[in-house]
Design a protein around this ligand. Structure first.
Ligand code: PMP
Ligand code: GLU
Length: 402
C-alpha cells in the first residue's frame, strides 16, 4: 500500500537532516566492514565524564524516575541560572528558564511559538541544517544572508539591514557557528543587537558550542550587551557538546517569561518533561563539569591545528582556522569541474560522494549548510583517524584530472 497520501505535504517537503543522514551512512558502511573514517558526526568522541554518569546512577537509586515539572526540575533550573550568571554575566530567574529534550527541541519549541505563515526569519549562511527546516515547518520563510563574501565570514550591517522587511520576526545567531567555527566578535554582535532593537525583532542565540573556543578568542553572549538586548533575546544552550552528553538529550532556553511560558505550554502537550535522570546528571555537568570540558577543549584545539594544516596542504582546499566548535569548513570549489574517469565533480555533493567512495572518508557537503562551495569536516574524532583520513583525502584529490 502507498501511504504517501496520508502524509502531509509539509513533511514531504522537508529535507532529511544531512548531518545525521551522512553520519548514519558512514556507520552502516563501517558495520558492513568498510574502513570508513567519519568526519561527518557532530558529536564529541569522548565519553561522558564519570562524575556525571555517577550522578545519573545515584538519581535512579534515589527514585528520581517519575514525571517532573514540564519546564524541568527546580535544581536544574537553578543550576542553569547559576551557570548563566557565572559564565555569561546574565541574570535570569528560574521562571525564565525552560529545559527541553536537547537544544534541537528547544529550537523547535521556539519556532512553533514564534513563527507563523508569512513570517520571515533571518539566518546567516553557512547555517546549521536544522534552522531552515524548523522555520519552514512552522510555515515561515527563512531569509538567508551569505557571510562567505568576506573571507573571515564577517557579518555585514548593510546585508542585515537589506534583508529586513516588515514581515521579519527574528534573527537566528549561532556562535561559535556550526558549520564554520566562526566566533562572532563584539562589533558583529552589536550590529545584530542594534538591528533587532531598531526593527523590533527577537534574537535567538544558539550558544551550544560556547565552551569550545580556542586560542585567545573570547566568547560573548549577545544578551550580555545590555538590558535592551537581553529583553528581546532567547539564549539557547545545552549539555551535549560541552560535556559529551549528546545521547542524554538535555537543552535549555532562557529568555522573556512570556515566551518561555508559551514554550512550556507546547512542550506540555508534545513531550512533557525531559528525561528525569538526565536532568539530574545535567545539574552535575553545569555545576561540576568545567574541568572535564577544559580537557576536551584542549584536545579539540590540538586536533583542529592538525586538521586545518593538513587541509590547506591539499590542492584546491582552503580553510580558515575556526575559532570555536569542532568543525573545519574548507572552500573546495576550485576542484569543481575536475574529473575521475567519466565522473565529473560539479558540486559539494559530488565531491563528498567521490571522497566516500574513493577515500572512504565521510564529509558533509556545504550545500546542506547553504554554501555549496564548501564541505564540513568534524574534528570530534581521534588524532590518528584525522591524520589517516586527511592523507586519504589528499590522495583521492590528487587523482582528479584538471
Ligand atoms: N545547535 C547546533 C548549532 C548544533 O550543532 C546542535 C547539535 N545537534 C544543536 C543545536 C542541538 O544539540 P542537542 O539537541 O544535541 O542538544
Ligand atoms: N549538530 C550535529 C551536527 O551538525 C549533530 C547532528 C544534528 O543534530 O544535526 O552534525
Amino acid at each position: 500500500m502507498d501511504y504517501s497520501k496520508f502524509i502531509v505535504d509539509k513533511i514531504k517537503r522537508m529535507g532529511e537532516s544531512q548531518t545525521i543522514a551522512i553520519s548514519e551512512k558512514a556507520k552502516q558502511l563501517k558495520k558492513q566492514g568498510v574502513d570508513v573514517i567519519s568526519f561527518a558526526t557532530g558529536e564529541p568522541d569522548f565519553d561522558t565524564p564519570d562524575n556525571i554518569k555517577e550522578k545519573a546512577i545515584a538519581s535512579i537509586r534515589a527514585g528520581h524516575t517519575k514525571y517532573t515539572a514540564v519546564a524541568g526540575i527546580d535544581e536544574l533550573k537553578a543550576a542553569v541560572c547559576a551557570k548563566l550568571k557565572r559564565d555569561n554575566h546574565l541574570d535570569y530567574t528560574p521562571d525564565q528558564v525552560l529545559v527541553s529534550c536537547g537544544a534541537k527541541h528547544t529550537m523547535y519549541n521556539i519556532s512553533q511559538v514564534l513563527f507563523d505563515a508569512g513570517d520571515e526569519v533571518i539566518i546567516f549562511a553557512p547555517y546549521w541544517v536544522t534552522y531552515p527546516a524548523q522555520v519552514q515547518l512552522a510555515g515561515a520563510v527563512p531569509v538567508f544572508i551569505d557571510t562567505t563574501k568576506s573571507s573571515d565570514l564577517t557579518l555585514s550591517g548593510d546585508d542585515l539591514q537589506n534583508a529586513i522587511t516588515d514581515r521579519t520576526k527574528a534573527i537566528i545567531l549561532c556562535s561559535p557557528s556550526n558549520p564554520s567555527g566562526k566566533v562572532y566578535r563584539q562589533k558583529e554582535l552589536e550590529i545584530v543587537a542594534r538591528s533587532a532593537i531598531e526593527n523590533d525583532l527577537i534574537i535567538i542565540a544558539d550558544e551550544i558550542y560556547e565552551k569550545l573556543v580556542f586560542d585567545d578568542f573570547k566568547f560573548l553572549s549577545i544578551a550580555a550587551l545590555g538590558e535592551d538586548v537581553k529583553e528581546r533575546t532567547i539564549t539557547v544552550n545545552g549539555v551535549a557538546k560541552a560535556f559529551a552528553m549528546t545521547g542524554w538529550r538535555i537543552g535549555y532556553a532562557a529568555g522573556p517569561r512570556q515566551i518561555i511560558d508559551a514554550m512550556r505550554k507546547i512542550q506540555g502537550q508534545a513531550t512533557s518533561n525531559p528525561n528525569s535522570i538526565a536532568q539530574h546528571a545535567a545539574v552535575e555537568a553545569l555545576l561540576e563539569g568545567s574541568a572535564s570540558t577544559e580537557r576536551m577543549r584542549k584536545e579539540f584545539q590540538r586536533r583542529r591545528d592538525v586538521m586545518v594544516e593538513s587541509l590547506n596542504a591539499i590542492e584546491g582546499f582552503s580553510c580558515r582556522k575556526p575559532e570555536g566548535a569542532f568543525y573545519a569548513f574548507p572552500r573546495v570549489s576550485p576542484l569543481y569541474s575536475r574529473a575521475f574517469g567519466d565522473r565529473i565533480i560539479k558540486n559539494s555533493v559530488d565531491l563528498c560522494s567521490y571522497l566516500l567512495d574513493e577515500a572512504h572518508a565521510a564529509l558533509v557537503p556545504g550545500a546542506a549548510f547553504g554554501c555549496d562551495e564548501y564541505v564540513r569536516l568534524s574534528f570530534a574524532t581521534d588524532l590518528e583517524s584525522i591524520k589517516t583520513g586527511l592523507e586519504r583525502i589528499k590522495q583521492a584529490v590528487e587523482k582528479l584530472n584538471a
